[in-house]
Design a binder for this molecule. Structure first.
Ligand code: FNR
Length: 435
């Protein structure tokens, strides 16, 4: 699918209703605004998402005196989200493990500089990528992020609805506040993946894998960087662990195998159900050989999330991974670890195109995603930006953040001289040491 087509479908769904009526002359009216004479051509062809987005915003601003009611920059969105969040919610989402060293370094993509190329004919830009046999409109996905009730009442259903509106694939966390089947129903047409946290009770683990497949998820994402809890000082200061308050356990409380192992159902004895969840959550004894359990219990492709060492990428491939995701879990696990962008090039070189390489951790703006893709990532996952969008304005906030991200990515691609994602290669980057 060409992005022009893909983009146009999304654009018309996304913004056409917000535009002023089409002028019959084919040219928009011009308007005097300060010293600027503003004139918009109303080109008949469908536009790239970046151009269409800017046209919508500037038209509304200049012709209708209407400015966006939600902020644009990541920092302003985070600040707006902050206002709406509880202390606990802030402590859960913000920051990383320990001193935040990795959390902070994750966000620093500045060692890599984009080297744009000129006059490359970038009028029609194709943002589509092929991933696990599916043609996706965009090289961007939504990361698994647990306990979204802490962010907004819309929670995972709001995020899913926004993803569906934009046709951006979503990966749902095992620690969702909404059962996986309900989230799947909110995404009838857009690819959706299920992030799998292992339970030491193998019946529950097996049941999760079966339920995800039955509910229509397209892949299992096995997160391997969380064999135990991370040292998260903000949560420790508050003695706060959301799961003990019964948050983020909907997939467990609704699970037949989990329920079978309780003396009383969670509705009657939630404390005992939470205790049992805490007993079975995770399994730090796992080794690569245990992966066979996942493959025996699902026909879906399995993506390994949380790879930082090239040899782990190799092991993931040898054990059957359909893709690997380079991630530091947003800096929430190993304080002081290599950042995701620092780890990416060696993993890409080791994988050498055998399976797709995905990337997350630290992506805040489109240039970050562009740099990760130039280093060889096939797709990029967006984390905290959409989390703050959700906290700021629910489903609409997620849509706002993700749509703007796609628009900025499209423009960055064009300005760097790329008309499709395959052209985003290492020749478009220079490392600081090469300058
Ligand atoms: C996460 N992440 C995560 N990952 C996962 O595999 N399962 C999960 O349940 C969660 N939950 C979660 C909650 C919160 C609040 C955050 C911030 C992150 C990690 C997530 O998928 C992703 O790797 C990071 O969010 C990427 O880092 P940035 O870009 O958000 O800083």
């Amino acid at each position: 699918m060409k992005s022009d087509t893909a983009g146009s479908r999304v654009i018309s769904a996304a913004i056409s209703t917000g535009l002023p009526p089409r002028p019959t002359t084919g040219r928009a009216t011009s308007k005097r605004a300060g010293d600027i004479r503003w004139r918009m051509s109303d080109a008949p062809r469908q536009e790239n998402i970046g151009n269409a987005k800017l046209k919508e915003v500037y038209r509304k601003g200049m012709l209708e005196d209407e400015t966006p009611d939600l902020p644009t920059s990541f920092e302003d969105i985070r600040d707006a989200a902050w206002e709406n969040m509880s202390e606990e919610g802030r402590a859960y989402v913000h920051g990383g493990a320990g001193s935040d060293e990795t959390f902070e370094r994750n966000k620093d993509f500045s060692n890599y500089r984009i080297v744009p190329r000129m006059l490359r004919g970038v009028a029609e830009r194709d943002l589509s990528v092929e991933l696990l046999g599916e043609e996706l409109d965009w090289p961007v996905m939504i990361t698994p992020l647990g306990v979204q009730t802490l962010l907004h009442d819309d929670a995972e259903l709001g995020t899913a609805a926004a993803a569906e509106e934009l046709n951006v694939p979503l990966c749902l966390s095992s620690l969702s506040s909404t059962p996986m089947e309900e989230v799947a129903e909110a995404m009838p047409t857009t690819p959706k993946w299920f992030q799998f946290y292992w339970s030491s009770d193998r019946d529950v683990a097996r049941s999760f894998l079966h339920r995800a497949e039955e509910a229509g998820y397209d892949a299992i994402v096995l997160t391997v960087d969380a064999p135990t809890l991370g040292w998260r000082e903000r949560l420790i200061d508050r003695g706060y662990y959301p799961f003990m308050a019964g948050e983020g356990v909907a997939n467990y409380f609704s699970d037949p195998a989990f329920r079978d192992s309780l003396a009383e159902p969670p509705e009657e004895n939630p404390d005992a159900a939470v205790d049992h969840f805490l007993d079975i959550f995770g399994d730090s004894s796992l080794t690569w050989d245990d992966l066979s359990f996942v493959f025996e219990n699902t026909d879906l492709p399995v993506v390994i999330k949380g790879v930082l060492h090239p040899e782990d990428a190799r092991l993931a491939i040898e054990h059957g991974a359909a893709a690997v995701d380079v991630s530091t879990h947003g800096g929430r696990q190993v304080d002081g670890s290599i950042s995701a962008i620092e780890a990416l090039p060696d993993v890409v070189d080791e994988v050498d195109g055998e399976v797709p390489v995905m990337f997350d951790s630290g992506v805040r703006r489109a240039s970050d995603a562009f740099k990760a893709m130039a280093l060889g990532a096939d797709t990029v996952m967006l984390g905290r930006p959409y989390a703050y969008g959700l906290a700021m304005a629910g489903q609409r906030g997620v849509r706002h953040v993700v749509e703007n991200f796609l628009a900025e990515f499209d423009l960055t691609m064009g300005l760097a001289g790329c008309s499709n994602v395959d052209e985003i290669g290492r020749d478009r980057l220079k490392h600081e040491r090469e300058l």
